[in-house]
Design a protein around this ligand. Structure first.
Ligand code: SAH
Length: 376
């Protein structure tokens, strides 16, 4: 760390309670000051204290001395022919993450990242290939939403179709529940009516299956839960989603049902990537139906999105349709996720960012620092 590192508090990552504690401790200020700040930063998109004209000049100057509103920098942005947009954001000197906006007629979904890289090691995911570098801070997580909102507003001002972010999904790079400490305050900011004011059904946390953290989340926060299942039995899931060796399917499903009960939730969405000849056979569909039948579950079938160097192949459309039909016939709601942004590598599982000095981790065991020349 160099001496020039800014050690001011980044207010972008403080949820209301922490912001209130901050202004009270630093300035003896009343909670409504924190509420003003929250609105300025997240609702009105302020990035400097100077523009907060209803705060006294002296207070603004004092704030500037100890606090900042630091947003990630955009390194590159790409637009897909289907309207999907992807931003590569600079997190520090060598690391970058990706954020994707997916417009639909009735909504706009922002897919955000929670880590630089990922340690879960799922073989069919491009992020896993990058290895893991570090957790994002709460400010870096919220910063993605802040930036995307600003960029969409700028595009609209330039004559593009106005778009707004109605849904946020933690389905970008990283395993959100492995960064619980920062993801939790970030979700609080997304849900706060003075900040992004998203309803709890419009913020979705997707996990590969960190059971203890699902139980913690059940106590702490109320958001929609999605679980990357990808296999209907432990033998296959052990291979595809290595965390399954630690927390097998029965344990994972029990945690999901507990989550719904505790949070009064309607259903859990199970994601299932369709890999040709691997997990897409009729017998897999029948096993899956037996697991989820009669449960508050929805299944989202995701056609595999390829990336350079993968050995997996997307299931043929006919196999995906047949798979869905078996599930539906057996009483499980299954839908097929339409691939978006594939032409700019913005589809599910294609986010590679810029992950350097990575450590390859296998189920929590550091294996090796990946050599630079092996980076894809
Ligand atoms: N770590 C979290 C969020 C990450 S990705 C999780 O595992 O849920 C969001 C979804 O995309 C997950 O269901 C993930 O398994 C899926 N995915 C990963 N790679 C993919 C690929 N190449 N094609 C399609 N979906 C993929």
């Amino acid at each position: 760390m160099s001496a020039s590192v800014d050690d001011r508090v980044n207010l972008l990552g403080l949820p209301r309670a922490e912001l209130e504690a901050f202004v009270a401790a630093r300035f003896g200020a009343k909670p409504f000051r924190a509420r003003q700040l929250l609105q300025w930063i997240h609702r009105r998109g302020a990035s400097s204290f100077q523009e907060m004209t209803d705060l006294a000049k002296g207070f603004r100057a004092e704030l500037e001395a100890v606090a900042t509103i630091a947003v990630p920098q955009i390194v590159a942005s790409q637009s897909s022919s289907d309207g999907t947009r992807k931003w590569l954001l600079r997190m520090d000197a060598s690391q970058g993450i990706e954020t994707v906006f997916i417009p639909e007629p009735d909504r706009g979904t922002l897919c955000i990242s929670s880590q630089v890289g990922c340690a879960m090691d799922c073989g069919f995911c491009a992020t896993a290939r990058q290895g893991f570098n570090r957790n994002l801070s709460a400010a870096e997580i919220v910063g993605q939403v802040w930036l995307a909102r600003r960029e969409l507003a700028a595009a609209a001002a330039a004559g593009e179709t106005p778009r707004s972010i109605t849904n946020v999904v933690f389905m970008g790079m990283g395993e959100p529940l492995a960064n619980y400490r920062n993801v939790l305050p970030a979700t609080r900011i997304l849900l706060d009516d003075l900040a992004y004011d998203l309803s709890r059904r419009r913020v979705t946390l997707s996990t590969s299956g960190l059971v203890p953290q699902i139980h913690r989340l059940a106590e702490d926060c109320n958001v929609a839960l999605a679980v990357s299942l990808h296999a209907p039995n432990d033998a296959l899931r052990d291979q595809l989603v290595p965390i399954n060796r630690k927390h097998p399917i029965a344990e994972l499903l029990a945690a999901c049902w507990h989550y719904l009960e505790r949070q009064n939730g309607r259903s859990v969405t199970f994601e299932y990537v369709m890999l040709d000849g691997v997990n897409d056979q009729p017998e897999h569909a029948r096993q899956l139906a037996r697991l989820l039948r009669g449960r508050p579950a929805k299944l989202n079938l995701i056609p595999f999105n390829p990336f350079v160097g993968t050995q997996f192949v997307r299931s043929p459309d006919a196999a995906i349709l047949a798979f869905r039909d078996i599930l539906n016939d057996m009483g499980v709601i299954a839908t097929i996720r339409r691939t978006r942004g594939g032409d700019i590598d913005a589809a599910c599982g294609q986010l590679a960012g810029r992950v350097q000095d990575r450590v390859v981790v296998r189920l929590g065991t550091k294996l090796a620092r990946a050599p630079a020349e092996a980076r894809p």
